[in-house]
Every structure is written in structure tokens, then in C-alpha cells.
Design a protein around this ligand. Sequence first.
Ligand SMILES: [Zn+2]
Ligand SMILES: [Zn+2]
Ligand SMILES: [Zn+2]
Ligand SMILES: [Zn+2]
Ligand SMILES: [Zn+2]
Ligand SMILES: [Zn+2]
Ligand SMILES: [Zn+2]
Length: 470
Amino acid sequence: MARFRRTLGLVLVCCLLVGAAPGIASETHIHSHTWEEIQKPSCTETGIKRGVCSCGDQIYEYPAALNHDWSEWVTTNAKCTSEGERTRTCKRDSSHKQTETLPKLPHNMTDWRLDKQADCTEPGKESRRCTTCDTEYKEREIKATGHAWANRIVKEAECEVQGLSERYCQNGCGISPEEQAIPVLGHNLGAKTVIKNATCSIDGEIRESCTRCSYYKTTPVPKLGKNQANGHNFSSYAKTKDPSCTAEGQETRTCRDCGRAENKAIPKLPHKSNGVWDVEREATLSQPGLEITRCIDCGAQASSRNFTPRGYRYEVPTSAWGPLASEYPGGGGSSLRLLYLDLSYDSDQRFALVTEDGWLIGFAHVTVANGAVRVSVEKKSEATVMRYRAWGMFPDAATAKAVNYDNSLPFDQAVKGPGESCVIALNMISNYYQGTGNERFSDGLVSPDGEASYGQINELMLQMAEGSEE
Ligand SMILES: [Zn+2]
Ligand SMILES: [Zn+2]
Ligand SMILES: [Zn+2]
Ligand SMILES: [Zn+2]
Ligand SMILES: [Zn+2]
Ligand SMILES: [Zn+2]
Ligand SMILES: [Zn+2]
């Protein structure tokens, strides 16, 4: 309505300007409209109002539609069998109505209920219904279970009798069981028992019994016969030949049933010694002598014994006679005998070879040349046996060790020495004669090389060893 007013006002201003231009004087007029309602606004349509001025000017206004003035909803509830509805009415005009449909409610179904149990061959049935309307109803089939087959034994089989089993329905539906035969077991023969042993002349018997029933089976064992060792009925042994010191004797037994004869040797008798010892082999330094007695009956050797003549000694440890290791500086507690050698000048010396029981039986011949040492052994008596000879060379008494055949340096050839001086050890095992050619040893004996005694030579070696220490 304000828009219409503005438009009319603009037209009015133009009229005034046109009227004023040629200088026409006019009085100023203010509209005064009188309103009348041409059409009232309804719920859905706008109204119309007209204003008229005394000057003939007209203006219009259009009041807005009122909209419905609704009452509360009036509802008819939905059910599981029918839809519901709600309606409201305009308070201004009862012919104005609005209606909405409400959807059906779901049926209120029970759980499935068992009407008929299925069995082996016939299906069962279950159903459910709506608890509200009591008209909605559903049913469905339950499958037949089929037979529940199982086997059972009606009668066990025996060794010689068939058994019986049957196939039946475990559900107890009344279907006839199917019978089936169980084959006979046969006998189960156990361990063999000897009922009667076979002998050389009579058959034996063996029995095998069934472990389930009283059945048994007997098997004969043929007699063993004469030409084997078992099952005879022997007499006791009787001597059939006397033994002597040169031939075995014999005793014999015979089977009373088959006549088999068995012989057994009787060992030879021992020789009977005449008690007279004769020399069978003379003693040498290589081996002791042998004496025997003879048998009175046959003259063969009856007994024997070794003999050692007076003065013969066997297997006696022997060494080159020098000071004990313990007497040397730094030599410790060793009872090894060591010879001290100065290697800074050439020399040729003989040292005593002395047995453990104190006899001089030869010499260690020691030659020093250009710092190398050569060792040879000389016997005093040609008959002496010297075995397991061994020698070793060491820088000093502190490093010296016992020597044996397996770790010996070579004899009769030069061996390079360890420096300015050394000690050597030499030993062996001897068989010798305490007499002609050998002599009882003492440190007062004079060496064959000069006027010094062996005791003095040892003193000298110890002094030299101490001198080289400083
Ligand atoms: Zn007017
Ligand atoms: Zn209305
Ligand atoms: Zn229902
Ligand atoms: Zn069945
Ligand atoms: Zn049996
Ligand atoms: Zn016999
Ligand atoms: Zn004899």
C-alpha cells in the first residue's frame, strides 16, 4: 500500500510544477482520504480497502490473508489390521479441514510353537500367531529326522559258532532291525607245551591249546635217533684206557636204548721229576742260565728254573758319573747326574759309566770340537750288554731333564751345542759281570786320561759351572 502512495505523490508534484511554470498561482491542497473496505481478508485470500479524497484521488490497500486458526488434532489410532487417521478443523471456518492417514501397526507375533514333533519318516509342524488381532497366523514344516541307525551284537561269535549282530533305529520308531551273521572266529592256538619229550628211541608229543575254548591240537615229535647227542639213556662213564705222562687215557659210556657209545679223554698225567737239576743252558750276559729235572718214567723234561751264576747282574740302571743336578747352581732337587762341558775350547775326555750298584763298567767318551759335542760309549769288558742307551744336552742344570731311549740325541756323531757351555746326561740299562774286566767304583779312582781322580774332576766341573754363572 505504501508503494501506491509514493507513485500518486510523484504524479501530484509534476502537476504542480506544470501549473506553476506559466505563473498560474494555486493554493496548496493536502489529501484527506476516506477509507472503505471493499473485501475482508479470509483464511487464504487478501482483503481490499479503498481511500477516496474530496479531490477525487483514490488509493488502495490490501490487508494480508489471515491463515487458518487450527484446532487440536483429533486422532483415530492405527491397529495391526487397519490404518489410523487424524483430523483438525479451522476455528474460523469449520469447512476448512486437514486429514492425515497413520500407517498400520506391525502384528505382535508369538515365538514359534511346536504343534507336531517330526519323527524318522513323518515331518513335524510349528506355528505362531498375532496376540493382538488373533487373525494373523503362520505355520511351517519340520523335516523328518531319518532313522538313527546303530549296530548291536545279539550273540558273540565263538571259535566254531557264528555270532549275530543287528542294525536298528536308535529312535525306537518300530522299524524292523536287520540281522547280520558274524563269522566264526577259528581257534586261537597259544604257546606250545611239550607233553612228552622225544628221546633217541621214542617219539615225543607237543600240544597247542586254544586260548578261548577247550580245543587243543597235538603234534608228534619224531624220535631223535642214535647219531646225535640228546635224549639218550646213558650208563655212567667207565675207564677204558689208563692215562700216562705221554698219552691221554679214555673213558666210555653207552646208551641202554640205542647203543650209542661216547668217549671222553682223560688228561695226560704229569711227569714225575727225578729231583736232579742239570744245566740245560749256560748263563751269558745276554740271558740267565736254565736248569731242568727229568721224568723218572719217560726221561722228558719234568721241571725247569732260571739260574744266575755268582757275579752276573742283569738289567741294572747305569749312568755317566758326574755331580748330581742338585749340586749345580740352580739345579734344584734332581738326582740326575750331569757332566759339565766348556764348549769355548776343544777337548777330548772320558767319564766313568757307573752302575746303580756301584761298578765301573765303561766310559762315556766325550769330544768337543768347534762348539759341537760327540758322545760314544766304551765298554771295559766286551761281554757287557748295554741297552736303551740315551743322552741329552741342556744349556744348564736348571733346564736339564731325564733322558730315555725314545728322546736320545744320536751317538757317535757331532751335535751342535747350545752356546759357551752345557750339561749332558747319559744313561742306559746294563747286564754285566762283577769281576774280570770291570771294577768296583770309588771317586778316588784316577781317570784314564790323567792324574785327577773322578772326585776331583767333579769338583772342577762344579767350579767351572759356578764360574760361568758369574
Ligand atoms: Zn485529495
Ligand atoms: Zn480457515
Ligand atoms: Zn494382528
Ligand atoms: Zn527310525
Ligand atoms: Zn577255540
Ligand atoms: Zn640212545
Ligand atoms: Zn714222563
